[in-house]
Design a protein around this ligand. Structure first.
Ligand SMILES: [Zn+2]
Ligand SMILES: [Zn+2]
Length: 144
């Protein structure tokens, strides 16, 4: 399958469904960020572990974490339900550490760098489908 990478302006795409490789939904309807269900991941850092909730709008880099995080810390990300490690094979081009990945509906992946403070997120879409074609239309619409 062809891998399509898209760059999108921050805050324009809401991640509505993200799953671990085993299929657990990571969306938490009880923890809203920007009034939308957040993406919940279990992380560990410096020997401690806790939950982190990401803003579901792609590119906003907002999160609420049970662990206190400092710029430069490298977290390890796991599914909060089945505990599978979310580390992917892609290396962050800015930090040189493996990024973690969440599966989106329809074959896409959302990847993020585990180093706190790094803003290297990437949205990889495998098999561009109607859902994402919609976003492209959205982007082309003139701003009001
Ligand atoms: Zn899982
Ligand atoms: Zn990085």
């Amino acid at each position: 399958m062809e891998e399509v990478r898209i760059k999108v302006p921050p805050g324009r795409i809401q991640i509505k469904e993200a799953r671990c490789p085993n299929g657990c939904s990571l969306m938490d309807k009880n923890k809203l960020i920007s009034s939308k269900p957040s993406i919940k991941v279990r992380i560990s850092s410096r020997g401690a572990s806790g939950l982190i909730y990401f803003n579901p709008f792609y590119g906003l880099f907002e999160y609420e974490s049970e662990l206190e995080l400092h710029d430069g810390d490298i977290i390890e990300a796991h599914c909060p339900y089945c505990n599978v490690n979310l580390t992917s094979e892609e290396i962050c081009g800015m930090c040189g550490v493996p990024m973690f990945a969440m599966h989106l509906e329809d074959g896409g992946e959302l990847r993020a760098c585990p180093k706190v403070g790094c803003k290297n997120h990437s949205l990889t879409i495998v098999d561009l489908d109607a859902q994402f074609a919609q976003y492209y239309d959205e982007e082309r619409r003139p701003k009001m």
